[in-house]
Design a protein around this ligand. Structure first.
Ligand code: 18C
Length: 247
């Protein structure tokens, strides 16, 4: 079949064989499955999610949590975007080529390992927030097709001997992030930019890895998460506008 260059790079419809023989595979598979399942679970019930931001179809919830005196509030965001697919959303979130265009917290990004077409290991440093030390992170990132119309990217901290933690100016933070997207369109119709809707669930837990003032940290994430999700989804809509739809 004929592929354009862009189509070849889209998230693959099945797991890449090179990933399944990698030493990280069992961890990547387990954490991704858990995260994707949890992402679409509701925010009702006993766990006590608190709404902290709401704008249009976007809703953001957090749970106040501390581990060893450090704020590790889990975040869960729900959004709905029209005119782009789950696969397209995940393509722009996963592919490092676009990252500086939507990610405003970044200072540097290095690809540490290319495991497969659907899994990479990244080292990132972030902008410093006064009065805390600068942070960095080392994490694997995996994109997968999970069920009909559903694609997800999971990012989770890992280690690498070439990137030791807490040796330079940065404190290593720990992150688990999942962007899970599901596209729907009216039964009996062909999907087009005019009739598709993508439901987005974004979950994030960041452990700052070392001292950070709780008040500053909560103020920063209350500002930065809504900014990120609005900016990222608008970016994908713009990128896809005149391109053929990728289901
Ligand atoms: O998921 C997102 N991006 C992905 C690709 O980059 C990836 C990234 C995960 C890292 C998230 C942690 C970011 C920490 C940033 C700290 C510095 C922010 C500076 C901003 C000021 C201009 O999955 C999108 C991520 C959107 C991130 C929103 C901010 C979350 C802040 C969480 C608290 C961080 C604690 C750091 C200690 C700071 C002490 C005050």
């Amino acid at each position: 079949s004929v592929h354009t260059r862009d189509q070849v790079e889209l998230p693959p419809p099945a797991i890449d064989n090179r990933l399944t023989v990698h030493s990280l595979w069992s961890e990547i598979d387990r954490i991704s499955s858990e995260q994707i399942q949890a992402a679409f679970e509701g925010v009702g019930g006993e766990i006590g999610w608190q709404l902290f931001a709401e704008e249009g179809d976007m809703r953001m919830y957090r749970r106040e949590m501390e581990v060893d005196g450090m704020v590790t509030d889990p975040l869960k965001a729900m959004h709905k975007v029209r005119g782009v697919t789950a696969r397209e959303m995940c393509h722009y979130f996963f592919n490092p080529r676009y990252r500086y265009e939507w990610e405003t917290t970044l200072e540097t990004m290095t690809i540490v390992e290319e495991i497969s077409s659907d899994a990479l290991v990244f080292h990132q440093t972030f902008k410093r927030i006064w009065p805390a030390s600068q942070r960095d992170a080392l994490f694997w990132s995996h994109v997968r097709h999970s069920s009909a119309g559903t694609y997800a990217v999971t990012n989770h901290s890992t280690t690498n001997a070439d990137y030791p933690s807490n040796t330079g100016a940065c404190i290593r933070l720990f992150v688990t992030v999942c962007l899970a997207c599901r596209t729907t369109y009216p039964a009996g119709e062909q999907p087009t930019r005019n009739n598709i809707t993508t439901d987005i669930a974004y979950c994030s837990t960041v452990n700052p890895g070392g001292w950070a003032p709780a008040g500053v940290l909560r103020a920063v994430y209350k500002r930065e998460y809504p900014k990120f999700l609005k900016r990222f989804t608008n970016y994908v809509v713009e990128q896809c506008r005149d391109k053929p739809i990728a289901i």
